[in-house]
Design a protein around this ligand. Sequence first.
Ligand SMILES: Cc1ncc(COP(=O)(O)O)c(C=O)c1O
Length: 408
Amino acid sequence: MAWDTDELRRRFPALALEVAGRPAVFLDGPAGSQVPLSVIEAMNRQLVQANANTGGHFATSLAADEVLSGAHRRVAEFVGGDDPGEIVFGPNMTTLTLGLARTLTRVWGSGDEIVVTRMEHDANYTPWVQAARDSGATLRHLEVRREDCTLDLEGLDAALNERTRLVAVTAASNMVGTINPVAEITRRAQAVGARVFVDAVHYAPHRLIDVAAWGCDFLACSAYKFFGPHVGILWGRRDLLEELPVYKLRPASDALPERWMTGTQNHEGIAGTVAAIDHIASLGAEGTGGRERIVSAFSAIGEYERALSRRLIEGLESIEAIRIWGITDPERFEQRVPTLSITHAGHKPVDVAKRLAAQGIFVWDGNYYALPLSEALDLEPEGMVRIGLLHYNTAGEVDRLLAALREI
Ligand SMILES: Cc1ncc(COP(=O)(O)O)c(C=O)c1O
């Protein structure tokens, strides 16, 4: 075990919550993780010591500039890039993706083709559907195999051709936890000259993002899913971010990354984002630093999460009325994050979620905006129940959930 679970949980003040006289069980991480005190303190510090707009000549503005430039460097390190100018901050992933899609609408035209998958959160689906429609481009789909909720990669070559402009794919599903082979998809897409946009929102708290190794062209994630505040992050290759005709205001700089960062940013959120990355890094091997420590932290997080996944999946499989959607074979746990969606033969997802909530166990029900996937699996309108584990969850919490589900 790479860390002391009790000490780690004490870092997160929200985890002390009690419901009905018992500790709350936070299994709602895929919709937003809790934050360590260090993140709250970093946000406070920003508001107390550096609460000014950027680009001024006085102390607080200079301090804000320093925090922001440090944040671009640290987030570049987090995603595996080496250019702070390639990191764009914004309100959330959805807004950043809609902004990029709107820009691409200006360069796509009829005859161009866009490939999206059925595994997406709607934020990596509808922006491309709308951009294709508005530009006259044709939309193609990559299907999901129902039996294990993985992408039908055999269909990829049929979907790609020399007219393909973009492939949009999620690194991990926020519904069924499947991890996609992003490097392979990127290689195949780029072989026909297409760009690749990766949605790493759900993947980010669980595994190491590596834009250099994956070779993708764009990637987006959101700090509130990886123990930070509500800040969106877009990474893009410098040449693309420089040449694309982004919508921007006249006084705003045309340099990177400012040309993509519309309006005044959430400086305290950006300060908190750096603290969230520092929290993750603190779980890595002592004596290392920078990217190396982040790499080591994710290796420890992955190992811990796989053990929790095994316990949860084995327990769920012993409850006859429950169906798990997605990968359940422990030999294939490298291909999933510990996010599980289940259905119950006798109860609607909303009723299961309400009964768990009454016992202080927090899970989501519905489609969690992964509408393309819940439609493809014929699970609309009720959806499923989602159980999301993070590195601050424990085996004891998994057991409490299982006991409550057995009672239901
Ligand atoms: C996989 C995935 N992509 C995109 C989003 C949208 O992110 P944001 O809330 O930052 O717009 C979410 C949010 O739940 C998500 O889970």
